[in-house]
Ligand binder design. Structure first.
Ligand code: HEM
Length: 168
């Protein structure tokens, strides 16, 4: 039922000058998708680098804090770019995303992935050696990585699947 209440909003949004402009100028949507995908590549690669290190793979000659310091900015800074390009893609064809359960799943997985990334980042602010201190900490770090990777990969799958699952 909640999806139905979005219908008037989707119709209104599709009639706005912004949506009309994106719909009528051919290169805007492919350009937005390209920027979106480049930002996705940046976020997912950076998350992978940190998670591989937490799993004891990748650059294990360097402390987790050094890898996190290098790659965390490349997770957080592209997110506003993803939100902006995503919002414009939604404006172009509102019902395609806003009334699509896969889009909702994507946003839920995104909140989960961002939350898990914060779980890794916050302890490092107090103690740069937090994840390297003991076997127990390393085990916890591995668990965080094993939750983080599927969450980010899930966002990518859901993002791609929006185009293949019909909105309700
Ligand atoms: C921050 C908020 C975000 C919003 C509002 C958003 C919104 C969207 C929208 C509307 C589409 C187009 C779907 C379609 O019409 O086919 C899309 C595509 C996609 N999104 Fe996002 N997105 C966001 C973040 C992300 C993130 C964080 C990732 C991955 C880490 C991601 C991965 C993708 C992928 C892989 C596609 C398919 C691109 C394609 O092949 O055309 N998005 N997103």
């Amino acid at each position: 039922m909640a999806w139905l209440s979005l219908e008037p909003f989707c119709r209104w949004l599709a009639g706005t000058p912004v949506s009309q402009t994106i719909q009528t100028i051919e290169w805007i949507i492919p350009a937005l998708q390209t920027v979106h995908i480049l930002a996705v590549a940046c976020v997912v690669t950076s998350a992978l680098m940190i998670d591989l290190r937490l799993l004891g793979l990748g650059r294990h000659d360097q402390p987790v804090a050094a890898i996190a310091r290098r790659f965390l900015p490349f997770i957080w800074w592209p997110l506003p770019v993803l939100a902006a390009t995503g919002a414009l893609l939604i404006a172009a064809e509102p019902a395609r995303s806003l009334r699509n359960p896969v889009f909702l799943l994507k946003m839920e997985l995104l909140v989960l992935a961002a939350g898990i990334t914060l779980l890794c980042q916050i302890p490092l602010r107090r103690n740069a050696a937090f994840w390297d201190l003991s076997a127990g900490r390393r085990r916890l770090g591995r668990l965080i990585a094993l939750a983080s990777l599927p969450a980010w990969i899930g966002v990518v799958f859901a993002g791609r699947w929006i185009a293949y699952i019909q909105g309700v």
